[in-house]
Design a protein around this ligand. Structure first.
Ligand code: HEM
Length: 584
């Protein structure tokens, strides 16, 4: 083709293209596209400049978004985990970033130094706005019940936050009241009675599993559902007492289904579009309200246990006192609101801990050498091994390998968001500043996978792998320990000189954070630890369990951010009761 012919052809194409874009609508689209692209480019330039400017304390730079207002809503709803990974890494390192969701900002704080400072800052606690959203969307609390939460800006500590409403009477400090009640019930001397009731109930339920015979293999369709429901039954009984379960034995199945549909409620899908999750929630709340009627009629002081805590009707001092204070004395919670509150506590106390316990046990039975080592560890500390059931619980909680299994399970499988805000002041967190009233968010899932910090034994045990050895320090091996050896060398306090491998959490402040931190740290963490240890020790002494299909274990990514992971599909196992529980 000659040059001239080529020229004519080219001109024809240009004219054709112009004729397509000639309509006002298409011109508008082209101009809009150009504006969006330019805006996006400028946002990236601003972002990089802000990252490079390291003078003084700054507000974390805004992560660029393609579409104004919608912001990062689409990318985060599509694949939250990878969106968060991109937004919180800069040049391969964890950092803090401001993201925008439907016009409001969130501050994702992920670099370790900032997380550590956030956890210790006295002005930072769970924002009341988030507590309200959670109670409303996840647990269905009606507006009448939310009033008392909306009025409280005084924080969870005994001393009201400086700058909070001076007219708020102490009796209306719901955040502090609940915090204090949970802490009293689940730590210090208050914890022991609940722990004992849980251990006793779990033992009884496991012994009553008649379908599993001595020394004779049988099968279970789903390890997680069968053992999950038994453990939820034991924990609910320890906190809520036997009456609720006698009246409504199927409430455990309902709770199981509720946890399954929770991701839909968390995404705010309306009842009209998806009534199923709401029906499940309503069913549980109705059962709780029916239980109130019976419990109020049947309660007698004289039936409270000798330890002053348990009773057959309300179950524990915590539940009894909250009924008395919230419903009877302060009248802030009618039965509708009370049933949302109780559903919230039932869910918080059960699902994270029970999922952690069952996933830990799954990892143990999946690895015969780990199972053998744990049986040997029990035998070395208890004579016979099953004596852990009646021994001082502190001995069990100190076993190094079992501790490593617990810590690694929570590292790998707890994907939770810890949120904190300072309602009345800006907060200085070193390099970054969190403005007054803004919500700071830390994702445990991101921190637990920080490959610049955690030890992966030179790549032999990547962070995506379950490896309890990560938490064991071998004094003979300078490369061992949870943090990378270079970090350990700079922070090590050489705390153990026994010469034996030992469990260590050294250097993990702001890195291992399954329970959140600061004043809002999970009050149930000590009970949760006991649940995981006791459950695992009981299963390894009581049963032989073998996986029938190793590929069936997959986690549900849809639940990212809601707490401990949950298996997506049934995991079938074969199982037999060990006739001699004391053999290793
Ligand atoms: C592995 C098990 C568990 C994990 C990973 C876990 C994690 C968490 C996290 C991250 C929070 C939010 C903390 C914050 O806002 O900073 C929380 C709050 C809470 N957890 Fe847990 N939890 C577990 C077990 C339990 C248990 C066994 C109980 C009860 C017995 C419990 C009761 C609560 C309560 C009541 C709250 C709300 C506290 C408040 O707002 O005052 N948790 N948990």
């Amino acid at each position: 083709m000659s040059n001239a012919a080529f020229h004519v052809l080219a001109m024809r194409h240009v004219r054709y293209a112009l004729s397509i874009t000639a309509s006002p609508f298409s011109n508008m689209i082209v101009v809009l596209g150009a504006v969006v692209a330019l805006n996006y480019m400028l946002a990236w330039i601003r972002y990089h400049f802000a990252r490079r400017d390291r003078h003084g304390t700054q507000v974390p730079p805004k992560y660029p978004t393609l579409v104004p207002f919608l912001g990062d809503a689409i990318s985060s709803a599509w694949d939250l985990e990878s969106f968060l990974y991109r937004a919180t890494h800069y040049h391969g390192k964890l950092t803090s970033t401001r993201i925008s969701l439907l016009g409001s900002n969130m501050y994702i704080m992920q670099d370790r130094e900032t997380v550590e400072k956030m956890m210790k800052h006295p002005s930072l606690a769970s924002p009341m706005s988030i507590i309200i959203v959670t109670l409303r969307f996840l647990f269905g609390m009606p507006e009448t019940g939310l009033k008392v939460y909306k009025a409280d800006d005084s924080g969870p500590l005994a001393k009201p936050l400086p700058g909070s409403n001076p007219d708020l009477g102490p009796e209306n400090r719901i955040d502090y009241l609940l915090h204090q009640s949970f802490n009293q019930a689940f730590s210090g001397p208050g914890l022991r009675p609940t722990t004992q009731r849980f251990n006793k109930a779990l033992l009884a339920k496991v012994k009553m599993m008649n379908q599993i015979e001595d020394n004779c293999w049988g099968s279970i369709d789903d390890f997680f559902e069968v053992f999950g429901k038994i453990t939820i039954g034991a924990l609910s009984q320890a906190i809520y007492g036997p009456l609720l379960l006698q009246l409504h034995p199927d409430i455990i199945d309902d709770l199981w289904d509720y946890d399954d549909v929770l991701p839909w409620l968390a995404r705010g899908i309306p009842r009209l579009l998806m009534p199923g999750p709401y029906r499940t929630r309503d069913k549980i709340r109705r059962k709780l309200r029916n239980w109130y009627v019976h419990a109020r009629q049947g309660f007698q002081e004289s039936n409270i246990d000798a330890d002053g805590d348990g009773d057959p009707v309300w179950g524990s001092r915590l539940v009894r006192n909250l009924q008395q204070v919230l419903h009877v004395e302060r009248r802030s919670h009618d039965d509708e609101a009370m049933s949302s509150h109780d559903l919230a506590l039932l869910w918080a106390s059960n699902f994270n801990a029970v999922s952690a316990a069952t996933i830990a046990a799954y990892h143990i039975f999946r690895d015969p050498s780990l199972l053998a080592s744990l049986r040997a560890e029990l035998a070395a500390h208890f004579d016979p091994p099953s004596a852990f059931i009646t021994a001082d619980p502190k001995t069990l909680l100190k076993l190094p390998l079992l501790s490593a299994v617990y810590a690694e399970t929570l590292r790998l499988h707890v994907k939770v968001f810890f949120m904190a805000s300072s309602p009345h002041n800006n907060v200085n967190l070193g390099r970054w500043k969190l403005p007054k009233g803004a919500t700071g968010v830390v994702s445990s899932g991101i921190s637990h996978m920080d490959d610049t910090y955690w030890n992966d034994a030179g790549g032999q045990h990547p962070l995506s792998e379950f490896w309890p050895g990560r938490f064991l320090v071998d004094p003979a091996n300078s490369l061992s320990g949870p943090a990378r050896p270079a970090i350990t060398r700079s922070t090590s306090s050489n705390s153990s000189n026994s010469g034996k491998p030992h469990f260590s959490m050294e250097g993990l402040d702001g890195v291992w954070i399954p329970y959140g931190g600061g004043p809002s740290i999970c009050p149930g963490r000590f009970l949760a630890k006991n649940v995981v240890f006791f459950f695992c020790a009981l299963l390894i002494t009581e049963f032989d369990i073998e996986l029938l299909d190793d590929k069936s274990f997959q986690l549900d990514p849809w639940r990212y951010g809601l707490g401990t992971a949950r298996a997506k599909y049934p995991v079938p196992v074969r199982i037999r009761r060990r006739a001699d529980k004391n053999t290793i």
